[in-house]
Design a binder for this molecule. Sequence first.
Ligand code: ATR
Length: 279
Amino acid sequence: MGYKFVLIGYPIDHSLSPWIHKQFLEKSKIQGSYSIYEIEPDDSFQDKIAALKDNEINGFNVTAPYKQRIIPFLDEIDRSAEVIGAVNTVVNQDGKWIGYNTDGMGYLRSLKSKYPSFYTDKSSRILIIGAGGAARGVYYGLVSEGFKYIDITNRTVENATEIAKLKAEDTNTSILPFHEVAKYLDNYDLIVQTTSVGMKPSSDRSVFSMDTIKAGCIVSDIIYQPIETKFLKEAQRTGALVHFGHTMLLYQAQYAFEIWTGKKVPLESMDHQLKLILE
Ligand code: ATR
């Protein structure tokens, strides 16, 4: 018996979440299962969700393409999911389904674990590249932590402008023109790449050249396939400190598991294991 967790999405046969959560169950000595619940495009989403509700599961993850579509079926959503407009984790609390988005927190936790000193200086200059769902989570997370200077650059300016609406009273955010941003890169202490450029199978691409970053700048790429993107390779060559996307994946899952069970599983050994799976 024990806890019952599932992952909904389509297609999900390549998802790493079942592996990660099975490790968490084992490490925390919690009895339970984590299985895949694929909802095909031709299925009735409503019927499939009703069946899930009858099943009395303790929680589930939601992946593409259902992160928004699940929202009307929830009883409550927390502030992170509301702001991001997408849910990736649902907990069943005494029959009530409550939705969360753990991506922003996942990014922040992984950054804090890898570069704790960066975290202490809230006046560091940050640039987010991209303005999709992931960028929204990262921006909101950084604003919530009190970082004061967070700029955004994106191919489509309007999408960046939308994200900047999430700023706090004391956040300073400029939207930089995508094609000129290389000129300004040396201003930043942290650069976060959130676009899909460089993801397998187009791993030979980088969103732009990193020649002008300053030495010691932290450069994150939220892509985890490949682990070492062209963007990160270029950044490293220029003297940057790199922060890999697969760690964010682990930490967002850690937070989801914590929401479900109250247990925060230590991740140290899993980082290496996940790398081996991805390589
Ligand atoms: P996610 O939810 O994973 O963040 P998304 O919402 O589809 O994915 O967002 C993808 C991001 O990658 C967006 O910032 C997108 O830019 P636009 O807002 O202009 O669409 C960016 N992106 C995708 N392909 C790109 C490309 N070839 N060049 C530059 N940016 C690209």
